[in-house]
Design a protein around this ligand. Structure first.
Ligand code: TXE
Length: 486
């Protein structure tokens, strides 16, 4: 891993300039619980300046972005993807230290970030409206127009990937952006912003204001001059930002996490299912919106499957990101304390820890580690089956038949992803239709997520879609033009 001697800038990026804020915030390495650098603490004033700069860039008062053709935007995005790839070692080192995630996962995240820019770079000049047959003396068409200023509030679990998913799509469609990264982890985002300015993105097209959620985040969501808001985070904060945006009739895309089931039937390829079930919950120490945090297993294979799962869980090790173990730490002492309190309450309710991983020998002291755990004997409707725990904790339930599997799968207010493991084609389709979620995988689980696949939730998991072409469309609005030509 490259040494972290060269930290990103401590300022906010506003209108093409790096602007110092009155105060700064410490950045902690979660594997050691120690501060490694500081970042800007943006407030309403910086957010306002950033929104104005983005508005000026969009309207052509600042730089020439408004005159860039779709093809030129696409070419810039493709060149930027190459710039990200050229910097991948440093970006991955930053992501690994800042989030605590294993280095190989951080590397994967940077590769995915570059792929977002490549995908939307290629798509920029392929997004078009339609012509509509109407009365004979009319020509009618639809135009897909950018919104204008896109506000983006992103979390700490996948800073580089979510930067790619939101920024690449918004810019491809011709918007300008004001992004508020999470205070817990935003070093890769600041580095990406630096690379974007060096790659010749006109001033004001991308603005980044780090800071606290209740300060910079709240100011951005409530700003009267934003035209679109995309938010990824908790349902509670999602509700708050959506209410603020509604004051100004600003459309929102909300991605609010999940409680996604992996459903394993007796006829499945159990070896593949087992590997995907483990991967789906330990990736990023379970701090993944699409984590497969519930395992529903058909009772006739439950015993042998759980025995093998227990073996795998017992072999899992937690360590600092650079050691590239199975799991890193949680992001913060607050997240660790919250998870531990829920696990303690679960044990008090009689829930059994069937197996758990361990801290690796020599893992740093002071890290926010929680070892992976396999929970069984869970009373129906218990909180560990309904709430997002956001840690490497898998809750297991048994079922007898397809109807029971479906009812358990849908027994949550969330609805982001689901995995169905069976060789029976009819059952695959029946369940896929019946499950209330934005994505369904059959004989696979897409926790790592294809960037090409539309992604988003149902119910408490939020609404709107990101990723893929659908994600690009969601950063545009439709205008209908009807011409009477006589
Ligand atoms: O989330 P918040 P937190 C879930 C997960 C986790 C829980 C709490 O279950 O345990 O949320 O995490 C900004 N106005 N997810 O507290 O508060 C904040 O600065 C405007 C799921 O970190 O939602 C950050 O940039 N913005 C998830 C972003 O919102 C505000 C990823 C997310 O923070 C704000 C993360 C405010 N008043 C957590 N308050 C996923 N879907 O992947 C905070 N923010």
């Amino acid at each position: 891993m490259p040494a972290l001697t060269d930290m990103p800038r401590r300022e906010a990026l506003i209108g093409g300039d790096w602007v110092a804020t009155l105060e700064t915030l410490p950045v902690e390495a979660p594997a050691r619980g120690e501060a490694i650098t500081r970042i800007a603490r943006g407030q309403a004033e910086e957010v306002d300046a950033a929104v104005r700069a983005a508005g000026d860039a969009f309207a052509g008062r600042l730089g020439d972005w408004s005159r860039w053709s779709a093809r030129r935007r696409g070419e810039w995005l493709l060149a930027f993807a190459t710039a990200i790839e050229a910097d991948h070692a440093r970006l991955a080192a930053l992501e690994c230290a800042d989030t605590g995630k294993p280095l190989s996962q951080a590397r994967g995240d940077i590769a995915a970030c570059a792929r977002y820019f490549r995908f939307y770079g290629g798509a920029a000049d392929k997004l078009h409206g339609e012509t509509i047959p109407f009365e004979t003396d009319f020509a009618v068409m639809t135009w897909r127009e950018p919104y204008g200023v896109c506000a983006q509030i992103i979390p700490w679990n996948y800073p580089a990937q979510i930067f790619g998913r939101c920024v690449a799509a918004a810019l491809a469609a011709g918007n300008s952006v004001v992004l508020k990264p999470a205070e817990e982890a935003c070093l890769s985002v600041l580095r990406l912003a630096e690379l974007a300015t060096r790659a010749g993105l006109p001033p004001g097209v991308l603005n980044v204001v780090p800071g606290l959620g209740r300060e910079a985040g709240a100011a951005l969501a409530a700003h009267p001059r934003i035209d679109h808001l995309s938010f990824t985070g908790s349902p509670e904060t999602g509700t708050r930002v959506a209410k603020a945006a509604a004051e100004h009739h600003v459309p929102v895309t909300l991605e609010l996490g999940g409680k996604s089931p992996q459903i394993v039937f007796a006829d499945a390829d159990l070896e593949s299912a087992l590997a995907a079930v483990v991967r789906g919950i330990i990736q990023n120490a379970g701090q993944t919106c699409s984590a497969g945090s519930r395992l529903l297993v058909q009772r006739e294979v439950a015993e042998p499957l759980l025995a093998r799962l227990a073996e795998r869980f017992s072999a899992l090790r937690c360590d600092a990101g650079e050691a590239d173990a199975d799991c890193g730490p949680l992001i913060s002492a607050r997240q660790k304390a919250g998870l531990e309190a829920r696990l303690e309450a679960a044990r008090a309710d009689g829930i059994r820890v069937l197996a758990q991983g361990q801290l690796a020998e020599g893992a740093p002291a002071g890290g926010h580690f929680v070892v992976p755990q396999l929970l069984t004997d869970i009373p129906a409707g218990h909180a560990v089956l309904r709430e997002e725990l956001f840690g490497p904790v898998l809750a297991v339930q048994g079922f007898d038949d397809e109807a029971e599997a479906l009812s358990l799968a849908n027994a949550t207010d969330f609805g982001l992803c689901a995995g169905i493991w069976t060789r029976d084609g009819g059952r695959q389709l029946r369940l896929a239709k019946g499950i209330r979620s934005g994505q369904v995988f059959v004989n696979d689980y897409g926790a790592a997520g294809g960037i090409e696949l539309p992604f988003g939730g149902v119910g408490r998991s939020g609404h709107g879609r990101e990723k893929g072409f659908e994600g690009l469309r969601s950063y545009t609005r439709l205008k209908t033009l009807a011409i009477r030509h006589g």
